[in-house]
Design a protein around this ligand. Structure first.
Ligand SMILES: [Ca+2]
Length: 407
């Protein structure tokens, strides 16, 4: 077994060895359990060996399992955990158990490739308005679809009053983005990928560089889906007023910094070049004109270079790609040394990286979790623990697990 997916940092290399050993042990235990039950499904992840990282040691504990591509999760004030499954189901984990019935009222999705039911976020005032927001790939006939947001009331384990509040002007195959973040000031952000538009020829003519489409952008909307009057491109001819930032490839991780209120996002690069960006109003994040990736398989150049005046440099780059997915910034009490640090999930990298910044510069990155499957989402729970949504790897089961501090 050759590990190829660690970031080329000294910290990553130093932490690789113990994780490798731990991974082998976990593999042996899981293999033994599988051999004993001899069933078609992998056994739930059991409490694992203690995992050691630079600042905190932890244990992995299974919260619930049996999901199909769990894409996102959000907690409600009564303790329920809502989980989206990409094929189009919204599920409830209640009292540590995944309820068998899906939530009624979820809109139809185009469950194809990267498309399906994507994010679920409870409104910040859910306790009084019971609103949840969902993003998904809305079917538009044939194989066409686009990133769309609905909001609805969640009552009696069903959605009612489902209201479509935004439909992106985009077309293409995958790269839906789909992450929703409330800013606590009456707005929400939504990431939208470039819909897999191939960068060819004139890179500046790519849709992610074109303000007349929603491809490769972050939009900012009022909570009812209307356009805030202070958005950066309001009133600019030829620009869609919902756009907050552009030049993104496929941002699927996004979070507000709990102290500064800044918006941060991770996005998939091509082969190499996943990025962490601080996402600011009106700025251009460069895709596909500048970046660190190359074309899949051929390895040929995509970009004209890695940096250009007027385009934002990423603050962290993963080479090779980890397939960035969910993203969070920690502010809980369970892991006090991790407060203010960023946690980025990776699909192909099957891991969660911790990223530490000082004055908006990355001073340390470390892989803190890996080898338990593709990581689709990483979130801080109301208990301050870190929850990781794992999706299928090699036909095994899927689970939501959490990291609990040890010592
Ligand atoms: Ca970029």
């Amino acid at each position: 077994m050759v590990r190829r997916d660690f970031a080329p940092t000294a910290t990553g290399l130093l932490t690789a060895a113990p994780f490798f050993v731990a991974g082998l042990l976990v593999g042996l235990v899981v293999g033994l359990v599988l051999a004993l039950v001899a069933g078609p499904f992998a056994a739930p992840l059991a409490a694992q060996e203690i995992q050691r990282t630079a600042l905190h040691d932890y244990r992995v504990v299974t919260v619930a399992d049996g999901f199909e591509v769990p894409w996102s999760m959000t907690w409600l004030p009564d303790g329920d955990l809502l989980v989206t499954e990409r094929p189009g189901r919204l599920r409830i984990v209640r009292d540590g158990r995944l309820l068998p019935n899906e939530v009624a009222g979820v809109p139809d999705v185009l469950a194809n490739g990267q498309g399906g039911l994507l994010d679920v976020v409870a409104h910040p005032d859910f306790a009084s308005n019971r609103l949840v927001y969902l993003s998904f790939s809305k079917p538009q006939g044939g194989r066409a679809s686009t990133t769309t947001v609905v909001r609805a009331r969640f009552e009696n384990d069903a959605l009612t009053g489902v209201e479509e509040i935004f439909e992106a002007q985009s077309s293409g195959a995958g790269h839906y983005g789909g992450r929703i973040v409330f800013d606590g000031a009456g707005h929400f952000f939504l990431s939208i990928g470039d819909r897999q538009a191939a960068p060819r020829g004139d890179l500046e003519a790519h849709p992610a560089q074109d303000l007349a489409s929603h491809q490769g952008v972050v939009v900012r909307l009022n909570e009812d889906g209307s356009v805030p009057a202070d958005n950066p491109f309001v009133g600019q001819a030829g620009a869609l007023p919902e756009i907050w930032s552009y030049g993104h490839r496929n941002p699927q991780g996004m979070a507000l910094h709990p102290e500064t209120g800044d918006l941060w996002a991770t996005e998939h690069g091509p082969q190499g070049g996943d990025e962490l960006n601080r996402v600011e109003a009106g700025l251009n994040y460069g895709w596909p004109v500048v970046g660190y990736g190359v074309n899949y398989r051929s390895g040929t150049a995509i970009h004209e270079g890695t940096t250009r005046e007027g385009m934002e440099d990423p603050l962290h780059v993963w080479i090779p790609s980890i397939g960035t997915s969910g993203f969070m910034i920690y502010d809980g009490d369970a892991f006090p040394e991790w407060r203010g640090h960023m946690f980025a999930g990776g699909l192909s990298g099957e891991r969660v990286d911790r990223i530490q910044l000082e004055n908006r510069r990355v001073v340390m990155s470390e892989t803190v979790f890996h080898d338990m499957g593709r990581v689709r989402d990483v979130r801080q729970g109301p208990d301050g623990l870190i929850y990781v949504a794992l999706e299928e790897r090699g036909g095994g089961t899927t689970a939501i697990v959490r990291l609990e501090p040890v010592g």
